[in-house]
Structures are given as C-alpha cells and as structure tokens.
Design a protein around this ligand. Structure first.
Ligand code: HEC
Length: 141
C-alpha cells in the first residue's frame, strides 16, 4: 500500500515533464533554423566569390555546403508545417545540387547558371523572416 503514493508521484512527474517538453518542442526547432541561416549567409558569400572567380573546385565545395544547409532548412520548415517555405528551401537545394554537378564536371558556365536558382533568399525572407527591434531575426509563420 505504501507504494501507491510513490507511483502516483512518479506519474505526476512524468506528466509534468511531458507537458513542458511538448510545449517547448517547436521553439528549439526554429532556433535551429537561426543557426542554419547564420551559416547560409557566409556560405552564400563564399559561393558568390567562387562564381565570380570561376573557380570550379571552390564552387563545388561551397555549393555542396549550401545544398546541405538548404536540406536542413527544409526539414525544419516541414516540422513547422510551413510548406511554402519548405518548397523554397527544397528548390534552392536542388539548384545547389545542379551547381555542384556542373562544377565537378568542370563546366563553370553551367554552374553559374544553376547557381542563380539558389539565390532566391529574398523571396523567402520577405514572407518568413522578421527583424526584431534589437536587429536580430526571427521566423514569421
Ligand atoms: C525557405 C526560406 C528561406 C530561404 C530560401 C533563405 N532563408 Fe535566410 N532566413 C529564413 C528565415 C525564416 C530566417 C529567420 C530565422 C531566424 O533567424 O530565426 C532567415 C534568416 C537569415 C539570416 C539571419 C540569421 C541571423 O539570425 O543572424 C541570414 C544571414 C540569412 N537568412 C541568409 C540567407 C541567404 C544568404 C539565403 C539564400 C542563399 C537564405 N537566407 C535563404 C528563411 C530563408
């Protein structure tokens, strides 16, 4: 009989933990997007430099990184059920994959053409990125 209060007590703790975890789930996922995008910025700059210099090896490396980052963004948006954003990230990732392929084949002109499809950053930011008064960014659904 003395085990009952312990059992009930543990159930309550489990329920409390689940409630807290359940409520907090979406936020870390969006914080993760913040971290991904902080990488996307410099990666895009590096990629643009490679494209300007027509450096196939550099283009391939940076476009590969961009492909990975866009894939991660797509996953975050899918989890947030932000389908239009997920589609944009997917399209950017596909363009990055094309860029990698062309650059690896040594076809810099085709890589430059394909890379144009990655740079649709503003289309997504216009709809889903919001700047806060402290100048930091957050996601707008
Ligand atoms: C599919 C949507 C989408 C695409 C495509 C996208 N972004 Fe973002 N980006 C976001 C959202 C949403 C945020 C705000 C996230 C946050 O900071 O919490 C953001 C934030 C950023 C930030 C600010 C990060 C910070 O917090 O300091 C940079 C820099 C950035 N993006 C660069 C880029 C560049 C460069 C591209 C294109 C190569 C790009 N993004 C493409 C959705 C997108």
């Amino acid at each position: 009989m003395r085990k009952f209060p312990v059992l009930i007590g543990s159930c309550m703790i489990v329920a409390l933990v689940l409630t807290v975890v359940g409520q907090q789930l979406p936020q870390p996922a969006l914080d993760r997007l913040d971290a991904i995008m902080k990488e996307v910025g410099p990666t895009n700059q590096a990629l643009q430099q490679g494209l300007t210099a027509k450096d196939a090896a550099k283009i391939a490396a940076d476009a590969q990184k961009m492909q990975d980052l866009m894939g991660q963004s797509e996953t975050v948006f899918m989890k947030q059920k932000m389908q239009d954003a997920a589609d944009m990230a997917k399209a950017a990732g596909a363009a990055a994959a094309e860029t990698v392929k062309a650059a690896k084949a040594g076809n810099v002109d085709a890589a430059v053409a394909a890379a144009a499809g990655i740079g649709k950053c503003k289309a997504c930011h216009a709809v889903h990125r919001e700047q806060l008064p402290d100048k930091s960014f957050t996601t707008k659904r």
